[in-house]
Design a protein around this ligand. Structure first.
Ligand code: FES
Length: 204
């Protein structure tokens, strides 16, 4: 096994939460992704040994869910919603502009490993369509022009932490609803921030 002791300890703690080891598969994949930013072959092997199922079974779950990444992403994962509410609010033009700016096709990463682009299904912000996520931090009501401004800002300033509220204020439009508590945490990586390895932190 090539996970270090700290990670293995975390994994065993997670496994203990479930009556059957294999039920811990999802959280263990999150753990693997927070380690590397994607699910490596090595992690597939480690997880299969930890929970006592085949590597193919682990792989079949990790490839079923699009938020488990099968290869490294760029520093900023740009996810633009293409589902119906966003589509009727001009998301195809937002997608065009993001692709134009980054030069990327769907699920591609640029050579500098700055951007990965993906057109995704509904991200739960239909009321604020069209919606975009950067490292899973959501911005609503994004116009094609502001999609370019957002990409430019990311490229020029390369923030270590992307915060939904900050991006919403600068590049968003109509929000779906008042979120009440201001979200001042942010994403420090493209691995979804489940905080297993403290992948989110408070903004100073
Ligand atoms: S359809 Fe785009 S967020 Fe739901």
């Amino acid at each position: 096994m090539s996970w270090d002791d700290k990670l293995l300890k975390q994994a065993k703690k997670i496994i203990k939460l479930y009556p059957q080891k294999r039920s811990a598969l999802g959280p263990l994949l999150h753990l693997a992704q927070s380690k590397d930013g994607y699910i490596s072959d090595d992690s597939i092997t480690v997880i299969s040994e930890l929970v006592g199922i085949t590597e193919v079974q682990v792989k079949s779950v990790s490839t079923f869910y699009s938020m488990y990444k099968q290869e490294p992403t760029g520093k900023y994962l740009l996810s633009v919603c293409k589902s119906i509410s966003c589509e009727i609010n001009n998301s195809s033009e937002v997608i065009n502009k993001v692709q134009e700016f980054t030069g990327l096709n769907n699920n591609e990463t640029d050579e500098e490993e700055l951007f990965t682009f993906e057109a995704v299904e509904c991200i739960g912000a239909c009321g604020g369509a069209p919606a975009v996520q950067v490292n899973y931090e959501t911005v609503e009501g994004v116009t094609p022009e502001n999609a370019i401004n957002l990409c430019k800002w990311l490229k020029d300033t390369k923030p270590d932490v992307v915060v939904a509220d900050e991006m919403q204020e600068n590049f968003g439009g109509i929000k779906s609803f008042d979120w009440a508590i201001q979200d001042n945490s942010g994403a420090t990586s493209t691995a979804p921030g489940f905080q297993t390895l403290k992948t989110t932190k408070a903004k100073k």
